[in-house]
Design a protein. Structure first.
Length: 259
């Protein structure tokens, strides 16, 4: 029969492979229902499998989080133990120079532990809000170092809010720790820490009152590890270390410029 003589509904049914409504039987409806039921059954099985997988993943994530928490806790405990042992050994050391070096090593480990604790509190994010960490680091130094060694010194912090990648935040924290140690040992009066914009970069400065450094002072030529470490860490983050006498020429200021 020519298609022109076939009703429109029949032509549509023929085009898409449907049975003509006029020719549907009870058996065809049963077949269609059975097909729908089979499809529904497969979908339910697939949904059940997906739900089981999601449950397993959720359990695995919770277990991983618990393991991470335990590792973080043990790491902090171990760092604190190392600090305590180094400080204990430094106090018992008969050689004053060796004792001083042990105390400095303890300060370095303490700085790493402090930043690690700060990052852990932020759920291990790859960036750190540096101002709160800087405030805490200064406060810890004020409590543990100044009160015992130089009660005449005070620390002031003037820092902007700045979120830094840990690849920059960790070296900067070690730099600040070294400069603090140096300021406490050689400076007097106020120690000022500044974090501020500087053109397209940022400037982190530690400034202390006291005698100025000799003309042409080269931190990389120092015999001690501290200044060499500061210079090396500044290079590591693509920064620039500058040393001057401050705006009024009455202090020693170490500045790290970084992007």
């Amino acid at each position: 029969m020519p298609l022109g003589n076939v009703p429109l509904s029949a032509r549509v049914s023929m085009l898409f492979g449907f049975e003509s409504p006029e020719r549907r039987t009870a058996a065809s409806y049963e077949r269609e229902l059975a097909a729908h039921q089979a499809t529904e059954s497969e979908l339910r099985k697939a949904l059940a499998r997906d739900q089981a997988l999601l449950h397993q993943q959720d359990v695995s994530i919770r277990q991983q989080k618990m393991l991470t928490e335990e590792c973080q806790h043990r790491l902090l405990n171990n760092l604190q133990m190392i600090v305590a042992l180094l400080m204990l050994q430094s106090r018992k050391e008969a050689n004053a120079e060796v004792g001083s070096r042990l105390a400095i090593a303890a300060d370095r480990v303490r700085a790493i532990a402090g930043l690690h604790h700060h990052l852990h509190a932020m759920d291990g994010t790859p960036a750190v809000d540096f101002k709160p960490y800087l405030d805490r680091l200064c406060r810890d130094h004020s409590t543990m170092s100044l009160s015992a060694e130089r009660p005449d010194q005070v620390i002031s912090v003037d820092a902007i809010e700045l979120r830094l990648p840990t690849t920059i935040g960790i070296p900067l924290s070690l730099i600040v720790n070294e400069l603090f140690t140096n300021a406490i040992k050689h400076g007097r009066g106020r120690i000022t820490v500044t974090l501020a914009p500087s053109g397209k970069r940022h400037a982190l400065s530690v400034c202390n009152d006291g005698d100025g450094l000799p003309e042409g002072f080269d931190p990389t030529a120092c015999k001690g590890l501290g200044m060499k470490l500061v210079s090396s860490l500044a290079t590591q983050i693509g920064g620039e270390l500058r040393i001057d006498r401050g705006d009024d020429g009455d202090c020693t200021r170490f500045t790290v410029l970084f992007a």
